[in-house]
Design a protein around this ligand. Structure first.
Ligand code: HEM
Ligand code: NAG
Length: 339
């Protein structure tokens, strides 16, 4: 952005401090490890069934892939990947669905319901909703052209959710680069993970509300006012009027190839055409030193992006909630804790 936040202490020292504190916070946790063969004997069909279901979903609506990948991200950033994001609000439990990053925005819950009911009919009460979501996100990426990676499984579903952590842990689009990175570091994810995982924005859509500040802010500056960018910018502006209105109008995060998982998101950033402030800042912020190099690397080398994305997705999927392992369960219905 044109006017990035001004940290009171140098950015690198600030980030090092966050990484240090979060390492201490996490050092007490010794979770039972996830394994590739957790369901090998209890539900040998689980991977095949989820893949088939996701295939059906993506065929009927290509945006399904993006919805499921984002659901998994919002699950993992709140109490670890424990299916907490899937819980509905009830009298007894405040879920995460109405937290500010999620309300009117997070979708795809019915997709997970449909997969869950298929899995339940084959292997009742064996496979956690958190694992289903993690596997489905991997399959979603493959189905739209992205890389394959092995998914360690054995997560438990939480019996709680956190509206507060959903509001504080999940990055928002108009935050500065340092704040966004801090939220990843806080969970033990690196700057490299931040840049690679942001590459998920190579698929999916954003609503006007989330990109208005960007298109009436420094979009013209970062994109250099080239004729093609100007044409695209005026399209964005007509979908999202400055004066307000059209809050829920959607535009692709990567308008070059909105339904393909490729590295064109990074090309977009090199062109200064990232749709969200948080996207473009990875390349254009005056604080973007390390992140800028990574954006360039992934733009020039799809293989490097795919390898890092796979690795970072496993790392994000490894974020676990120690409480879920002690008090967790395999939910019968992903929207409700078991009675
Ligand atoms: C780096 C910080 C991030 C910020 C600030 C951010 C923010 C956003 C916002 C504002 C939207 C549009 C939501 C709407 O308008 O309703 C969005 C969409 C999306 N995000 Fe992110 N995101 C970030 C990282 C990630 C990560 C790490 C992933 C997954 C690995 C991800 C996956 C997605 C996907 C797939 C969509 C499109 C969903 C759809 O089509 O509805 N994002 N993100
Ligand atoms: C994720 O967890 C698995 C199992 O606990 C472990 O083998 C793997 O090294 C971890 N991967 C990353 C990238 O953290």
């Amino acid at each position: 952005m044109a006017a990035p936040i001004r940290p009171r202490i140098p950015a690198t020292q600030f980030l090092a401090a966050i990484a240090f504190v979060s390492a201490i916070l996490r050092s007490g946790a010794s979770d039972p490890p996830l394994t590739l063969d957790h369901y090998a004997s209890s539900c040998p069909t689980v991977f095949e069934n989820i893949r088939k279901e996701m295939e059906r979903e993506v065929l009927s609506d290509p945006r399904s892939a993006a919805l499921v990948v984002r659901l998994h991200f919002h699950d993992c950033f709140v109490q670890g990947c424990d299916g907490s994001v899937l819980l509905d609000d009830t009298v007894m439990l405040q879920g995460e669905k109405t937290a500010s990053p999620n309300i009117n925005s997070l979708k795809g819950f019915e997709i997970i319901d449909r997969i869950k009911s298929k899995i339940e009919s084959d292997c009742p009460r064996i496979v956690s909703c958190a694992d289903i979501l993690t596997i489905a996100a991997r399959d979603a990426v493959i189905l739209v052209g992205g890389p394959y990676w092995d998914v360690p499984v054995g997560r438990k579903d939480s019996r709680s959710a956190s509206y507060e952590l959903a509001n504080t842990n999940i990055p928002t689009p108009n935050q500065g680069l340092i704040s966004v990175i801090s939220k990843f570091l806080y969970l033990g994810l690196s700057i490299t993970d931040t840049v690679a995982l942001s590459g998920a924005h190579t698929i999916g859509m954003a609503r006007c509300e989330n990109f208005r500040a960007r298109i009436y802010g420094d979009y013209e500056l970062t994109s250099g006012g080239s004729p093609l960018s100007e044409v695209h910018l005026s399209k964005l502006k007509s979908a999202c009027p400055a004066a307000g209105g059209g809050e829920d109008n959607i535009e692709p995060l990567d308008y070059a190839t909105p339904y393909t998982f490729d590295n064109s998101y990074y090309h977009l950033l090199l062109n200064g055409e990232g749709l969200l402030n948080s996207d473009q800042e990875l390349y254009s912020s005056i604080l973007a030193i390390q992140t800028k190099k990574l954006v360039e690397q992934y733009a020039f080398d799809t293989g490097a992006f795919f390898r890092q994305f796979s690795d970072s997705m496993v790392k994000m999927g490894n974020l676990t909630n120690p409480d879920s392992f002690l008090q967790g369960e395999v939910r019968k219905n992903c929207r409700l804790i078991n009675a």
